[in-house]
Design a protein around this ligand. Structure first.
Ligand code: SAM
Length: 263
């Protein structure tokens, strides 16, 4: 559906087909003011997902507010990659950690598609955790949500994870102000990857090893042209071997999969 269809089907509470087939749609005063209010916000640059208060990710519905980053289609590749890795790995019980969970889209879809996994999801933003908890209820899954600055929460020390997934902030600070207006509605802390965009890769690759089982996986989304620098960070750490890099729908390297060495 295009954005106008999304808006009208939501406000009129109908499906796309009836928008076109039902010639008698009557826009009363209330509905007209809802439509014009929504259009005004969209024209000012607010993302359609915040106007509707929801979005779809891997066929699931997620509530989104300006407290959370809007789930992107390319992040579905990270989830699909993680599911493939779990299905092909030797571990019986799967403990998974999602770092920077935002709306909870990664953790919640993993819980949906891997019902036996024990999933913990952390974020530094209390407001994001609140929305993620609502999304877990909405999608009927159980996740252990924790407020944590990366690995700072002590509860994380009680588990060795088989899999850590993360879609970190990866935009270089200086590039943020030049991005399209929609992005500026999203939480700054979900975007800012530091001077070169790689701040979180350095910190996570450095801190993750004690939290991962031997042979466990660290899977991260990455930005355009960041692959070589991130590979370099992994290689310098000495704890990981790179298993694969998955491309997105535009053929851009998007997800890096590393395995903690068994030694
Ligand atoms: C790019 S968003 C990803 C959100 C969600 N996982 C997704 O893929 O749509 C990055 C997330 O990392 C969180 N974050 C930023 N700094 C953090 C930190 N130091 N510790 C934990 N989470 C952090 C942000 O609040 C944000 O929710």
């Amino acid at each position: 559906m295009n954005e106008v269809e999304l808006l009208f089907t939501d406000i009129l509470n109908c499906n796309r087909l009836s928008l076109y087939l039902n010639k008698d749609i009557f826009l009363d005063k209330n509905i007209s003011s809802l439509v014009s209010g929504a259009l005004k916000r969209r024209i000012q640059g607010e993302p359609i997902q915040y106007i509707l208060g929801k979005t779809e990710f891997l066929g699931l519905e997620f509530k989104v507010t300006p407290d959370v980053f809007i789930p992107r289609p390319e992040t579905e590749i990270l989830v699909e990659t993680a599911i493939d890795i779990v299905h092909s790995s030797k571990f019986m019980v799967h403990s998974l950690l999602d770092i920077g969970t935002g709306s909870g889209c990664i953790a919640i879809s993993l819980a949906k598609f891997l019902p036996k996994a024990k999933i913990t999801a952390i974020d530094i933003s209390e407001n994001a955790i609140k929305i993620a908890k609502q999304n877990a209820l909405l999608n009927n899954v159980k996740i252990n949500f924790l407020l944590s600055n990366l690995f700072s929460n002590y509860e994380l020390r009680t588990t060795n994870y088989e899999l850590i997934v993360c879609n970190p902030p990866y935009i270089p600070t200086a590039e943020i102000s030049g991005l399209q207006p929609e992005i500026k509605y999203e939480p700054y802390m979900a975007l800012d990857g530091g001077k070169d965009g790689l701040h979180f890769y350095r910190r996570i690759i450095d801190k993750a090893p004690p939290y991962l089982k031997k042979g466990g996986f660290l899977i991260m989304e990455m930005g355009f042209n960041q692959k070589d620098a991130i590979k370099d960070i992994f290689q310098k750490s000495g704890y990981f071997e790179i298993i694969d890099v998955a491309k997105d729908y535009n053929n851009i390297d998007r997800v890096i999969i590393a395995k903690k060495r068994e030694r």
